[in-house]
Design a protein around this ligand. Structure first.
Ligand code: FPP
Length: 249
C-alpha cells in the first residue's frame, strides 16, 4: 500500500469488524524532523485519537492497537518511562470524547507489571467507559503473543491436573477461551491487520488470532497516518478474496 492516498469509496456492508494495528514508525518520524524519539510517540498518541474516531464512525466494532510489547522494555529507560506515561496523558484528555463517541476501552497484557500510574489510568478508563455500547478500543499494553500462549497453556494444564478438563477435550475453542482476547467473543480474531512504516512482520502480536486475517502493510509512518490511510487499508481489505482455506463459490 502506497503512502497517503486520497480516501477511496468503501462498501459499508463489508467494513472489517475487527481491525488491529501495529503502530510503527514513531522514532523514524521524529528522526526525520531532528526531534527526540518521544516527540514521535507524542504525535503517535494524537493520531490514536483521530483514528479511533474515524474507525468508530466507519462502523469498525473492535480496534486493537499495539501500544507496548513485552519486548519494548529493552528500550532506553527514558523512552520506556515516556511510553508508560502516555496512557495517563491519553486517557486524562480523551475519555470525555470516548464517552461522546460511545467507545468502550479494554486493555490486554501483563498489567500487573506496569507502573502503578499506568495501570490506574488504564483501569480508570475501562471503568469510565464500561457502559458504552459502541466500538471497543482495545489497547495491547505490555502484551506479547508468546507470553499470552504460555499463560493459556499453564491455565489449561492446571485444569487438566485438577481433573476439571480431559486432555482429549482440549480443542481450538478451549485455547481461544484462555487467550487475552477471550472477552471479545466472536470478534476475537482480527479481520484486518495493518502495520505501518513499511516493516512487514508480526512482532509477537496476536499470533493465534491472526491465522486468517488479511494483512495490509502501509508505507506511512504512524504519526502521518490519517483517516484516508485507514480507508485505503480497508479498501485493500475489501479487494481481497477471503477463503479461510476453502474455495470461492
Ligand atoms: C513503534 O514505533 C511504536 C511504539 C513502540 C509505541 C506505540 C505508541 C503509540 C503510537 C502511542 C499511543 C499510545 C497510547 C497509550 C495512546 P517505533 O518507536 O518502533 O518507531 P521506529 O521503528 O521508527 O523507531
Amino acid at each position: 500500500m502506497k503512502a497517503n492516498q486520497t480516501a477511496p469509496q468503501l462498501d459499508p456492508a463489508r467494513i472489517p469488524a475487527h481491525v488491529a494495528i501495529i503502530m510503527d514508525g514513531n522514532g523514524r518520524w521524529a528522526k526525520k524532523r531532528l526531534l527526540p524519539r518521544i516527540a514521535g510517540h507524542k504525535q503517535g498518541m494524537e493520531v490514536v485519537k483521530t483514528i479511533t474516531k474515524a474507525a468508530s464512525r466507519l462502523g469498525v466494532k473492535v480496534l486493537t492497537l499495539y501500544a507496548f510489547s513485552t519486548e519494548n522494555w529493552k528500550r532506553p529507560s527514558g523512552e520506556v518511562n515516556y511510553l508508560m506515561k502516555l496512557p495517563v496523558d491519553f486517557f486524562s484528555t480523551f475519555v470525555p470524547e470516548l464517552i461522546a463517541e460511545n467507545v468502550q476501552v479494554k486493555v490486554m497484557g501483563e498489567l500487573d507489571a506496569l507502573p502503578a500510574h499506568t495501570r490506574k489510568a488504564a483501569t480508570d478508563a475501562i471503568a469510565d467507559t464500561a457502559a458504552n455500547t459502541g466500538m471497543i478500543l482495545n489497547f495491547a499494553l505490555n502484551y506479547g503473543s508468546r507470553d499470552e500462549l504460555v499463560s493459556a497453556v499453564q491455565q489449561i494444564s492446571q485444569e487438566v491436573a485438577a481433573k476439571k478438563l480431559a486432555p482429549e477435550a482440549i480443542d481450538e475453542a478451549t485455547i481461544a477461551a484462555h487467550l487475552m482476547t477471550a472477552e471479545l467473543g466472536p470478534l476475537a480474531d482480527p479481520d484486518l491487520l495493518i502495520r505501518t512504516s513499511g516493516e512487514e512482520r508480526l512482532s509477537n502480536f496476536l499470533l493465534w488470532q491472526l491465522a486468517y486475517s488479511e494483512l495490509v502493510f502501509s508505507q506511512t509512518l504512524w504519526p502521518d497516518f490519517t483517516p484516508a490511510t485507514l480507508q485505503a487499508a480497508i479498501a485493500e481489505y475489501q479487494s481481497r478474496d477471503r477463503r479461510f482455506g476453502g474455495l470461492t463459490k
